[in-house]
Ligand binder design. Structure first.
Ligand code: 2IT
Length: 448
């Protein structure tokens, strides 16, 4: 009853934080066999300690728009768990950001980061600032104001933010510039996802998408299947989808469906040419809300306001957009379509009941986002190492590390599930493996 009691207590305590509760339930339920085999966890109140961030920082961010109007946003940084390394995780600038979303992302990040095998704790931050339609100078002023509030809480050995939705290379540059200005030191290990000229890592922009495809290749290998000729449906067309498209094309597969908030695109021939991939990159920079221009440009089908979950002419689905993108209705359609691989990429893209439903179905392999997308933060950790050593690795070196990392994550997840008699259950395996590492570090460090 330990797990149930903890979850019920959390539900009462945090009833206004649905995303956070969902993430906690998934991890605790999936790690159940491990938790039940360790009665000392309950004595140490471990689950409650794991569900409570070490620190949640909330601050005011005031900035002036190009017309001189003053705006006030809320900024957050959640330093969730530092047991295995400095807090590490992205910043999300999006209108809908609230405490529940930042907390769920920080919680997920903790177990994902543990899976990378590298010494990074879990954190997340962001703001309810809406970057769409903002000018470059407005973005600059917002980032400077945000960092002015945040800089005293972060550092290369303390907390290392990076990008997430709405925060890319440009924003990281502005944030780093302001940090350097305030501190008077060149401490580039404080942020990752930086530009190459001041300590960024090669392959970091592609890492999440590439890593997802490397992980997928391991799943396919396990099933005696191969990636060549596979048709992939990816939701989203952001940075992560871009990496997936590039690597899939390189390995002889093709993304035939992708989507945006406005609807979805079906390109039978696949997003495989450099021209198409570059067009998508440009389209996202100009307008992250509409993917219809691609369909117009390349003469393919666009379905307005719909999602493509349940289409029959794909082999692999990779939800790579926002949280809770796939609900139970979608999951049932996916099952009916006969698709064999459901590979989560975005953080928590599947509503909990939908994920549970898909996991129970025969003939469909489900892989969890915290394993599949871990290559992004994994390469961020490699960026930290390069910064600490004051050197640059080549593309090949970083890519080799990334590949090994994804192979290991898949293998460790598989072995963890097997150890508890769960078969090839990648969701349970990833949660057990990540949980185990964090739990061990917390227990060994005493009660606090
Ligand atoms: O969700 C994620 O893992 C990220 N946004 C990347 C975090 C990082 O520190 O690179």
């Amino acid at each position: 009853m330990y797990i149930e009691n903890t979850i019920n207590e959390l539900k009462l305590k945090y009833e206004n934080e649905p995303e956070f509760l969902q993430a906690v339930e998934e991890v605790f339920e999936s790690a159940r066999p491990l938790i039940e085999a360790h009665p000392e966890y309950e004595k140490a109140d471990l689950l409650m300690r794991m569900a409570e961030p070490e620190r949640m920082i909330r601050f005011r961010v005031v900035w002036t728009d190009d017309e001189g109007k003053v705006h006030t946003n809320v900024g957050y940084r959640c330093q969730f768990n530092g047991a295995i390394g400095p807090y590490k995780g992205g910043l999300r600038f999006q209108k809908n950001v609230n405490e529940s979303i930042i907390k769920f992302l920080g919680f997920e990040q903790t177990y994902k980061n543990a899976l990378t095998g590298l010494p990074i704790g879990g954190g997340k931050g962001g703001s309810d600032f809406d970057p769409s339609g903002k000018s470059d100078s407005e973005i600059l002023r917002f980032c400077q104001s945000y960092m002015t509030a945040l800089y005293r809480y972060i550092g290369a050995d303390t907390d290392v933010p990076a990008g997430d939705m709405g925060v890319g290379k440009r924003e990281i540059g502005y944030l780093f510039g302001q940090y350097r200005r305030l501190k008077g030191n060149f401490e580039n290990g404080v942020l990752t996802g930086k530009g190459l000229s001041y300590g960024g890592s090669l392959i970091r922009p592609e890492a999440t998408g590439y890593g997802a495809i490397y992980y997928l290749c391991e799943v396919l290998k396990h099933q005696n299947d191969t990636i060549g000729g596979k048709r992939i449906g990816v939701s989203g067309y952001g940075n992560v989808a871009w990496g997936i498209m590039k690597k899939a094309a390189e390995l002889g597969a093709k993304v035939t469906y992708f989507s945006g908030p406005d609807g979805y695109v079906h390109d039978e021939n696949g997003v495989i040419t450099e021209e198409k991939i570059a067009f998508i990159e440009e389209m996202r920079k100009n307008d992250p809300m509409h993917c219809e221009p691609y369909a117009k440009k390349f003469g393919c089908e666009f379905v307005k306001g719909e999602k493509f979950w349940g289409v029959k002419d794909v082999d692999i689905l990779m939800p790579a957009a926002v949280q809770n993108d796939v609900d139970l209705e979608h999951a049932k359609k996916i099952k009916e379509s006969g698709v064999k691989y459901y590979i989560e990429v975005a953080n928590m893209p599947t509503v909990y009941e939908a994920l549970e439903y898909l996991r129970k179905q025969e003939g469909i392999i489900v892989a969890p986002s915290k394993a599949v997308n871990a290559g992004g933060v994994g390469v961020s950790a490699l960026e930290m190492s390069q910064n600490a050593m004051r050197l640059h690795w080549t593309k090949e070196e970083v890519d080799e590390h990334l590949k090994k990392m994804m192979v290991n994550i898949h293998r460790e997840s598989m072995e963890a599930a097997k150890e508890y008699g769960l078969g090839y259950d990648l969701v349970a395996g990833a949660n057990i493996a990540g949980f185990k590492r964090v739990a061990e570090a917390m227990i060994e460090q005493g009660i606090f």
